[in-house]
Every structure is written in structure tokens, then in C-alpha cells.
Design a protein around this ligand. Sequence first.
Ligand code: HXC
Length: 272
Amino acid sequence: MGLTLDQSYYQRTSFKKDLFKGKVAFVTGGAGSICRVQVEALVLLGANVAIIGRDQQKTESVAQEIQSLRSNSKVIGIGNTDVRDIHSLIKAVNYTVKQLGRIDFVIAGAAGNFISDFNSLSSNAFKSVISIDLLGSFNTIKSTFNELIKSKGSIIFVSATLHYYGIPFQSHVSAAKAGIDALSNALAVELGPLGIRSNCIAPGIIKDTEGFNRLKGDGDEDSFAQKIPLQRLGTKEDIANATVFLFSEAGNYITGDIIVIDGGAWHTFQPA
Ligand code: HXC
């Protein structure tokens, strides 16, 4: 896929180059399309990052590529890790702490999705998506919790806006993402006294992503864009910018929130 961000990111956003120096992020799904660009932004701003994924080769090669954005940041790829399996996540957390020393930021981004009508969706298919998206998000926080306590860290779940509507053929992922919103809200209240913040980012239609490419079918981008109040599709950089804001000091009184990044689409009567 290649890098999305480069050194021009500093000028474009005005974020300080060393904003996250000394911080460590643990990102599930970090080799995928949206989370990968969240990682790129964190690395450009000085963080060290562990990218967690199922595919060993992909995870390691994405980590290597992102490392090239900033030579004095460390980016490690930890493959063979399935968020459905808490034990594999605990191993990944232990390795991260051994290599990078701590965990300040967690992005629970690993997700699975496909289009299926209810009648064709088997019980196991529904369970698979719930297990990756919802249980996987729970496992991600469960396994990083001791590190988050030490660092008074911050969590971002990657949710969606699908469940604000009734979207056909997406009952499995809509149910999972609604659960993620609820999980984040509950954790914000429960973990707030420990100094840990928990928020969701809910992307709308983001171009050049696996999710949109699958869901758009034959629709062309312009016709989707026309239905969005801001008249364009979102970019992965839009998601990265909100991530930076939430993890930074500028976001330090925000918890239990869901930041919708969809150009205003969900306020219309139908999703773009
Ligand atoms: C109906 C399907 C199906 C399909 C799989 N299944 N694909 N049913 N239509 N297209 C069924 C299988 O038949 C099986 O049920 C069950 O789901 C589990 O399938 P497996 O292939 O064994 O599961 P697994 O290998 O664990 O793979 C999980 C997966 C897969 C979710 C099915 O697609 C995956 O790993 N995806 C990860 C990558 C991904 O999806 N990225 C997109 C993220 S985008 P039976 O009954 O036969 O056993 C995203 C954005 C969401 O999430 C928001 C969008 C706006």
C-alpha cells in the first residue's frame, strides 16, 4: 500500500514534531488501512509503536516501512497475534514492554467485516465478527491494562457510524460496533479515577480503505461525496488527526466520547 503521510504532515497540521517523544503506542490492526495511517502520524510525532497483526510478514514489513518516516523512532511489528486469543495478546504486550519499555496509548483497531444478508449469515459468521471486533477490543484493553495503569494511559477504539442507522447486510458488524461504543463508555467511567481515558473514533466513509472498497459496490465516489455535507469522502489522515488530538494534552479532559469523523453525514436522513 505504501506510506500515506510524509514530512509535509508537520506543516499541514502544525502539530509539534516531538509531541509524542517518549510515548509508546500499542496498535491492533496497525498494518491495516486506517490504523496504519494512525501509526504513521504517531511515529512522525515521535512515538515508538508496536503494530499487532495476524500476518507475520505483512505486520513486519509495514512496521519497517513506517520506521523509515523517522529514524530515531522505533516501530516493531508483532505478527501471529489474533485479538480473539487473549494469550497471544498478552505475549505481544510482554514483548512490547521488553522492546519499548512501556505502553501509553492503545488503539483497538483490529476488525473483520464482509457483506452478508441476514439469511446467509451463519451463527458462526456472526460470532466471528463479534469475536474479532468486540471481544478483540475487550481483550486488547484487558491485556494492556496493567501498563495503562502505570502510564495513566489513553485508549482509542475504532468504531463506525453503521449502527446509527439500520444498514442492511451489516447486522454483524453493526452489533459489534455498538458494543464497542458501550464498552468504551463503561471503561471511561470505571477507569477515569485511575487516570485512564477511553474514547471511540467513528469513521464515516473513508476513501482507499478495505471497508469502503468492499461496501461501495458499483457506486462511484462522487455520488457518495455529494450526499455528505462537507461534499467529500474522508481521508485516513482525517482519522489520524483526531487520533493525535485525543492522545495529546489538548484532549486530556475528553473521555467517554465518540468522535464522529464523517463530514456530517450521519446528521442527514440517510448515510452517504
Ligand atoms: C457470509 C461469510 C463470509 C461472507 C466469511 N463468512 N465470509 N459468510 N458472507 N462474505 C463466514 C464463513 O463461512 C464462516 O462461517 C465464518 O464466517 C467464519 O469464516 P472464516 O473465514 O473461518 O473466519 P476467519 O478466518 O476468522 O476470518 C474472519 C473474517 C474475515 C471476518 C470472516 O473476513 C477476516 O479475517 N477479515 C479481516 C479483514 C477485514 O475484514 N478487514 C475489513 C475491515 S473493514 P461458517 O458457518 O461457514 O463456519 C471494517 C470496517 C467496518 O471492519 C466498518 C465499515 C464502514
